[in-house]
Design a protein around this ligand. Sequence first.
Ligand SMILES: Cc1cc2nc3c(=O)[nH]c(=O)nc-3n(C[C@H](O)[C@H](O)[C@H](O)COP(=O)(O)OP(=O)(O)OC[C@H]3O[C@@H](n4cnc5c(N)ncnc54)[C@H](O)[C@@H]3O)c2cc1C
Length: 310
Amino acid sequence: KSCLLQLRVHDVCCLNENLSNLRIDVTQNHATMTKRKNEDGLSTSIAIIGASYAGLTLANTLQQNSSSIKFTIFDSKTLPFTYVAGGDAFNVPSYSSLATKFSLKTSRQANNGLTRKDVTESLLDPVSQHLIVGTRIEKIEQRNNSFYLHTRQKLQSSDGASSTAAASSNNHRVHGPYRCVVGADGVRSKCRTSALNGTFLIGDARWVNDRWYDLGLRRIERGADIAILDGLELGELLLRAEGTENKDCHYSSQSFPLAARTKFCARQIQIARMKRIVSVLMVLVAMMVIKTLSMLQSLLLSILDRTKIS
Ligand SMILES: Cc1cc2nc3c(=O)[nH]c(=O)nc-3n(C[C@H](O)[C@H](O)[C@H](O)COP(=O)(O)OP(=O)(O)OC[C@H]3O[C@@H](n4cnc5c(N)ncnc54)[C@H](O)[C@@H]3O)c2cc1C
């Protein structure tokens, strides 16, 4: 009798997509049972945007160390991935220790001139069953402590070329709910521009935009290496947080050490950026005020001189 049965449909959009987006909460004498399924049929909790060095390293870290953390990786590219930028020779020193740690298989030895293709494919292989390709994330929405991804599918034409049919509304889908979203989506990161609480940034998405002053030199020299290290570090933080978090809401970065919070939390990164912009603007305004005051002073002195002479 004391049972309270609550059926909740997330929203019209999800219902329209698939009835598996139905959440059932049964509460009995303070015990709560929650069953969640997303429209992909997976009980997913972390969404990783971007299947490149950062995103794939994070996915491997989660997969190798925990069976309880579920994740899905999204990428706008379609398979097979092409590796145009950066040429053949590729300098990623952290890869060899990662390959040993996760027993990654490459066709070549790690010290024998690995290419982008070798590195990405070895990272992709163990987590490929969690990958959704040809899906561009257009918007990240936060609702009831959960995240939903609004995506647009790339259409494959008969000649194999893919294109995003922006005009078609049929290829718009909503994925979720997720407890957390990680933006590993490179320089033009959607996750970075959304800067929602409970979302994280790794790789180029995290730092490249704030380092415009070296004209991208550090990125070309070490970008993928930093992305791999970021994926590993955030993965370990999420694994540690998993034990202490309330599983029914998003990962609160409060359980992270302060340095890690400032480093990876999208909101913190955005706040730090705003602070930098405001301080630069304040310095500029102060310089202008000082300049104007000194001009007024010299004008006043010249007027006084002229009145003295006359
Ligand atoms: C010419 C050149 C040479 C380089 N050489 C080196 C080198 O030798 N060593 C080195 O360490 N680094 C090098 N870099 C840098 C390195 O390539 C990048 O820093 C690295 O790729 C960053 O990895 P990432 O995982 O952060 O992001 P990216 O590799 O940029 O991956 C982002 C992924 O997110 C996907 N994505 C983006 N937006 C969306 C969206 N809205 N929805 C779904 N998916 C999305 C993209 O398709 C992509 O797969 C070089 C770069 C260049 C340009």
